[in-house]
Every structure is written in structure tokens, then in C-alpha cells.
Design a protein. Structure first.
Ligand code: GTP
Ligand code: MG
Length: 692
């Protein structure tokens, strides 16, 4: 029913890692009676951070969902990871939200990471509120944080609740509009008494309330007129006006409390229930026709055609795949037939599940604003649109950042390669930022992702879910070899034992070619000194021998061979014999033609804030990099540079450390260059060690 949709609040918790999102979610669940004990991240009792990889690190890696009832409203919490490594998980799951609660640590405030995620919330016009978390921490300072927030995010950020006390003496909050104080018992029971506000806060409350009322009035013309004329607003006007201001994103309310101490959480939920948008407030959602550009809209109405977006996939080796979706329009019942409009495939649903952190409840039906999961869909992956077959619509997918950190994976037990490949492919269904490829040259399987924790957690999951164990190494660099000189050499293969002998004889001239030329072969035989049918064999012998250079066994490139002379034997000559002769000539020639080592050079594009420029450029210089150009874009600098691949295998963590997570980069292969002398010796030595 439409009245029910009006009571739906689906919101995401977002902030940098460790800001207290999961602890806040746990406190909400406890206060609403979903759990009987307050779950704690530190004690591994959180029902939202339940995957072993999360428990071990005490961080959120995988977005968790839960639903509770508060003041007759349905609150669905989307608890996202804060760490940069899992930014794609955060973004895709935010697509399921109608609004966001941004956490700002009462001591440390908000960090860059939070600003990045907030930009994304802006793209989707999601109303927001700020929760100043950890008010019980030593040095917690609410008003100082409010000042920072107003400086960095704008004047529309304004308190709606303020703390009573701080740090050890933090006791509760005062709600500005009602001027009521919510004072909590010690301990984490969440028990509270509603009282008159403490007298010593009266001045602060009056001043902030005045500002709040002004901003509420400014968000709506009628209210502003009345406010200017009469100098005040009725309490109903204030209540409605506040909601309007939040939903239209003209005002960003700030509340405060502590998740772990369970203080301020109930007033926060009151605020969310009253002031956050329902799917009806958000209005129709925009999509397009499956095979074209024409726009389509879907009303958040239970009787509209069904449409939903898959915001997460959980792969389980036993239960199969679980697809988590946010419903935008229409209703869904268990065992429904639906259409995957992204893939053009029909899907049949089994049980309809509501996610409750680590567990699930089976439900009969769901509607707009609900987040539900179904198991074992055949074709569906994250970011696909599911809808009524007769009324297809596609919600455009979002672009995710490219994988920037690669490691080579090798099985701990021989023969597990195929299993690794197939299991990783399964994990890639739930994680869209993973890439897996085989490097034919170095014969390595390369796993790429966002950073170290991302790859490590993936490998742990691989072991837990699929029982495959792997070792991780930095990938090998695909060095090459070439020559710098010119030489003329004879290669002669002659064997006479017993019956038929072997005879092949060729003389070649070998010289270097410019970078990127590859291998060229020129037949300069005259007078048939080598019969035509054997000439391709000589070329083949050289090409094969060039796969392993003389210095360190890397492929030899960028050289020319002219076949200039030779001889043959009418009985003993064969293709095989000429192939061997060609290979012998090549091996000798390479050694005489000043062989040298080449290394792959990457083209990098690095985007960093102005104040990090010096550090980043200095670091590029120390990495043998060559800056090709710089460009200013707003407060950011775009640096283009060529850097040897061997120096930037760990660039993702390096750049993050230099820029406090504010830098971004992409890189791709550019060209080969000669390795400087001293380094050549090291690489050659290392390859000899490896051969032993
Ligand atoms: N003192 C205090 N500590 C808190 C509070 N909330 C969270 N913490 C602690 O801060 C740490 C991080 O808390 P989480 O709730 O896991 O933070 P998060 O934002 O979910 O972190 P990620 O999921 O990794 O992004 C834990 O050690 C918590 O115990 C709080 O209100 N007060
Ligand atoms: Mg968390």
C-alpha cells in the first residue's frame, strides 16, 4: 500500500574507515529490539561485520543490510565499508539508499575519503544528515566539529541536536526544536529519561535554534515570508518545514551521540523517521529503454510495474549466489517471474529474503524502498536491472574505478591452477573491481584490485569459500633483450653418424633496429646456395631462438637478420638441419652484437591535490620517472609521466601514503627502454639465481 511506502526509510551510513558506522548500526538494532545484546566490532560480536575477513581486521569489507521498526516506520540500514579499498562496494550499495547519514568523528572530524563518497551521494541527489560520532571519546568537541563541517561542507550544515557534556561526562542530547533533553543511563542499555534541558545549555540552544529556524524558513518561500513578517513560525510549520528543508537538500542537519555507549541513538532514529525521505519523497526514478536511449520513469508505487536494481551479489559455495536488490517500483512476491533487462534474460525467483546482517528472514512480499535478496539467479550480476517482463526498463550502471594494484597468484599445491581460476571467477561475481588475467610471457596469473587489503582479503576468501590456497608475489616484469651492434656470423650444423646425415649451413648479418620494430628477416640468397624450401626454416630457427636471449633468457626484439650466404648437401640437408643452423647462427650473433636489456616503461596519469605535487614529483624522480607534462584542473594537478614498470609495482599504496588517499592514477604500457648498466647486472644475476 502507498501509505506503507510513506513510512519507509532506506539510508546508507557513510564515512571514512573506523568512524563508527557499524557500531552505530549495532546500537540502532539493539535499541529497536532486533538484537538482544549490543553487538560490538571490537569484541567480534557485530552482526553487521560478520565475515571472517572483517572480523579478523575489525573493519567492514562487505556492505551489510538490516531492517528495523522505529516509531511505526521501517528503517533499512545500509552499512558500507569506509576503507578506500572497498570504495566500489560502498558506491554500488549506496545506489540502494534514498538518503545518507554521514559520520564525523567527534575528535577527528571527516576525512578525505568521506568527501569523495559524499560527492557520489550528491550525484544521486541523496539528502544527507551528519552524525557526530564518538561523543564519549576523550577530547570530543561537538561545536569545534560543527565549525569544521560548516567550513568544509557549507553553511547549510546546522545542528538539530546538541550534546550534554562530552567525553567522560557525555550524558545525552538536547533536541533543539522541542528543547527536550534525552539523558541516558550509564552503561550501554540505552535507557533514557526525557527531561528539561540543563540550564547551562540554554544560551547555546537558543542561539543555535534561532539559526536553525532561519534556515528552515529560507528553504521555503511561504515560510520565509511569514517568518519575515511575524518573526516566528508555529511548531507545526517548523516540523514540516524542517522535513522539507532536509528532503530538498537545503539543510544538512547535524546530530550527535555514541554508538558504542549507546547514547543519542534513539533521538537520531526519531529524527530519521520524521525527516528522512520516503521513496515517495524521492519520486519517480529515471531509467531508459533496454535497447535505446529513450528515458523511462518508474513511480515508487506498489501497483506500478516492478523494477529493481541489483546492488550486491554474495557468492556462497553452498547456497549459490545471493542477489541483493533495491526495489524502486511495483511489488514482488516469492516465486515471481521477472526479467533481467540488462541481459535480456528471464529469471525465476525462489524464496524472497530480507537481510538481517549475517542472517536472513524469508518474507512473502516486498515493495518500493525495500532491499531484498533472492538466491540462485542464473544470469544476474551486480548493477543489473530486474523488472516486469512486459514493462522493461534499465537503470544505467555506474562507472567503477579501475584496478590499480596487481599481484601474481600461484597455487600452494601444484595442479590447483584451474581451481584458482574458476574460484576467483566466482569471487569476481561479487566484487566488480577484481581483475584476473594470465600473462603469457611471464606465465603468471595476475590478480588486480584496489590495494593490498583488497587482494589479501580476496585471497583469504578464496581459501575460506573454496578451499584453495595461494601464494602472493609482486608480478614479474616482462623484460626484453636486444642488440646494439652489428655482426656477420656463420651457423653450420653437420652430423654424420651411421645412415643419413644432417647438413645445414647459413651465414647471417644481424643488426639492431629502432624500438618497436620487432624482428625482420631478409632473404638475400643468390644463386640458390640455399634452396628456396629451406629458407623459411632458417627464419623459424632464428625466431624460436630469439625467445630466449643470451643475457637473462628474456625474448630478443628489435633486430634485423639478413640471410646472405650458405651451402647445402643434396642428401643430408633438411628443414630441421637448416632450422638448427639458423638457431646456432643467432645464438652466436647475439653475443657478438652488443646485447642489452630492455625494460617496460609505463605511461602514468596521476591526479593529486596541489599541496602534494612536490612530494609526488620528487618520488617520481627517485623512481627513475620522467615527467612529460602537468596540467591544472581546479585544485588538482594532473601529472603525466613515463616510469619504469619495475619501480611502480607498488604505486597504489605509495601514492595513497603520499597523498593521504587523495591521489588517483591510471597506468598502461608505453614502450621499452634500455635498462641502465648497474641495474642490468642485478637483473641478470637474479635470473641466474632463478634458473638454479
Ligand atoms: N569511544 C567510542 N568508540 C567508538 C564509537 N563508535 C565506534 N567506536 C570504535 O571505533 C572503531 C571503529 O568502529 P566501527 O563501528 O567498526 O567503524 P566503521 O565506521 O564501521 O569502520 P569501517 O567499517 O571499517 O569503515 C571500533 O574500535 C569501535 O569500537 C563510539 O561511539 N565511541
Ligand atoms: Mg563498519
Amino acid at each position: 500500500m502507498k501509505e506503507d511506502v510513506a513510512k519507509v526509510r532506506t539510508f546508507a551510513l557513510i564515512a571514512h574507515g573506523g568512524a563508527g558506522k557499524t557500531s552505530l548500526a549495532e546500537a540502532m538494532l539493539f535499541d529497536a529490539g532486533v538484537t538482544t545484546r549490543l553487538g560490538r566490532v571490537d569484541e567480534n560480536t557485530s552482526i553487521m561485520d560478520y565475515e571472517p575477513e572483517e572480523v579478523k581486521r575489525k573493519i567492514t569489507i562487505s556492505t551489510a543490510f538490516n531492517t528495523l521498526t522505529w516509531n511505526k516506520h521501517q528503517l533499512t540500514i545500509i552499512d558500507t565499508p569506509g576503507d578506500f579499498n572497498f570504495i566500489s562496494e560502498t558506491k554500488t550499495s549506496m545506489l540502494g539508499a534514498d538518503a545518507v547519514v554521514v559520520l564525523a568523528d567527534a575528535v577527528d572530524g571527516i576525512r578525505v575519503q568521506t568527501e569523495k563518497v559524499l560527492e557520489f551521494a550528491d550525484e544521486y541527489n541523496q539528502p544527507r544528515m551528519i552524525f557526530v560520532s564518538k561523543m564519549d571519546r576523550e577530547r570530543a568537541d561537538f561545536l569545534a566539529r560543527v565549525q569544521d563541517l560548516r567550513n568544509s561542507l557549507g553553511k547549510q550544515c546546522i545542528p538539530v541536536q546538541i550534546p550534554i557534556g562530552a567525553a567522560e561526562s557525555f550524558k545525552g542530547v538536547v533536541d533543539l526544536l522541542s528543547e527536550k533533553a534525552y539523558v541516558f543511563d550509564d552503561g550501554d542499555s540505552g535507557k533514557l529519561a526525557v527531561q528539561e534541558m540543563p540550564a547551562d545549555l540554554a544560551d547555546t540552544v537558543r542561539k543555535l535554534k534561532e539559526e536553525l529556524i532561519e534556515q528552515v524558513a529560507e528553504a521555503k518561500d511561504e515560510l520565509l515570508e511569514k517568518y519575515l513578517e511575524e518573526g516566528e513560525l508555529s511548531s507545526e510549520e517548523l516540523v514540516e518545514g524542517l522535513r522539507h528543508a532536509v528532503i530538498t537538500r537545503k539543510l544538512v542537519p547535524i546530530a550527535c551521540g555514541s554508538g558504542t555507549a549507546n547514547m543519542g541513538i534513539q533521538p537520531l532514529m526519531d529524527f530519521i523517521a520524521s525527516n528522512f525521505p520516503s521513496p515517495l519523497d524521492r519520486g519517480a526514478v529515471k531509467g531508459r529503454v533496454p535497447d535505446g536511449e529513450a528515458e523511462l520513469m518508474r513511480e515508487p508505487d506498489p501497483s506500478a510495474p516492478f523494477s529493481a536494481l541489483v546492488i550486491k551479489t554474495i557468492s556462497d559455495p553452498y547456497a549459490g549466489r545471493l542477489s541483493v536488490m533495491r526495489i524502486f517500483s511495483g511489488s514482488l512476491t516469492a516465486d515471481a517471474n521477472v526479467f533481467n533487462a540488462t541481459k535480456g534474460a528471464k529469471e525465476r525467483f525462489g524464496q524472497l529474503l530480507r537481510l538481517k546482517g549475517k542472517s536472513q528472514d524469508s518474507i512473502q512480499s516486498a515493495g518500493p524502498g525495500d532491499i531484498v535478496a533472492v538466491a540462485k539467479l542464473k544470469e544476474t550480476v551486480t548493477q543489473d536491472t530486474l523488472c516486469a517482463e512486459k514493462e522493461p526498463i534499465v537503470f544505467p550502471p555506474i562507472e567503477l574505478p579501475p584496478a590499480v594494484y596487481s599481484l601474481a597468484v600461484e597455487p600452494k599445491s601444484k595442479g590447483d591452477e584451474d581451481k584458482i581460476f574458476s574460484s576467483l571467477t566466482r569471487l569476481m561475481e561479487e566484487d566488480l573491481t577484481l581483475r584476473l588475467e594470465r600473462n603469457e610471457e611471464t606465465r603468471e596469473m595476475i590478480l588486480s584490485g584496489m590495494g593490498e587489503i583488497h587482494i589479501e582479503a580476496t585471497v583469504e576468501k578464496l581459501k575460506r569459500k573454496f578451499g584453495v590456497e595461494v601464494n602472493l608475489r609482486l608480478p614479474k616484469v616482462s623484460y626484453k633483450e636486444t642488440i646494439k651492434g652489428k655482426t656477420r656470423i656463420q651457423g653450420k650444423y653437420k652430423k654424420q653418424s651411421g645412415g643419413r646425415g644432417q647438413y645445414g649451413d647459413c651465414t647471417i648479418e644481424m643488426e639492431s633496429l629502432p624500438r618497436g620494430s620487432g624482428f625482420q628477416f631478409v632473404d638475400k640468397i643468390v644463386g640458390g646456395v640455399i634452396p628456396k624450401q629451406y629458407i623459411p626454416a632458417v627464419e623459424k630457427g632464428i625466431a624460436e631462438a630469439a625467445q630466449e636471449g643470451a643475457l637473462a633468457g628474456y625474448p630478443v626484439i628489435d633486430f634485423k637478420v639478413e640471410l646472405v650466404d650458405g651451402s647445402y648437401h643434396t642428401v643430408d640437408s633438411s628443414e630441421m638441419a637448416f632450422k638448427i643452423a639458423g638457431s646456432m647462427a643467432f645464438k652466436k650473433a647475439v653475443l657478438e652484437a652488443k646485447p642489452t636489456l630492455l625494460e617496460p616503461i609505463m605511461l602514468m596519469e596521476i591526479v593529486v591535490p596541489d599541496d602534494c605535487m612536490g612530494d609526488v614529483i620528487g618520488d617520481l624522480n627517485s623512481k627513475r620517472g620522467r615527467v612529460l607534462g602537468m596540467e591544472t584542473k581546479g585544485t588538482k594537478q594532473i601529472i603525466k609521466a613515463n616510469v619504469p614498470q619495475s619501480e611502480v609495482l607498488r604505486y597504489a599504496p605509495d601514492l595513497r601514503a603520499m597523498t593521504a588517499g587523495r591521489g588517483m592514477f591510471t597506468m598502461g604500457f608505453s614502450h621499452f627502454e634500455e635498462v641502465p648498466g648497474a641495474l642490468q647486472e642485478k637483473i641478470i644475476e637474479a635470473s641466474k639465481q632463478e634458473d638454479k
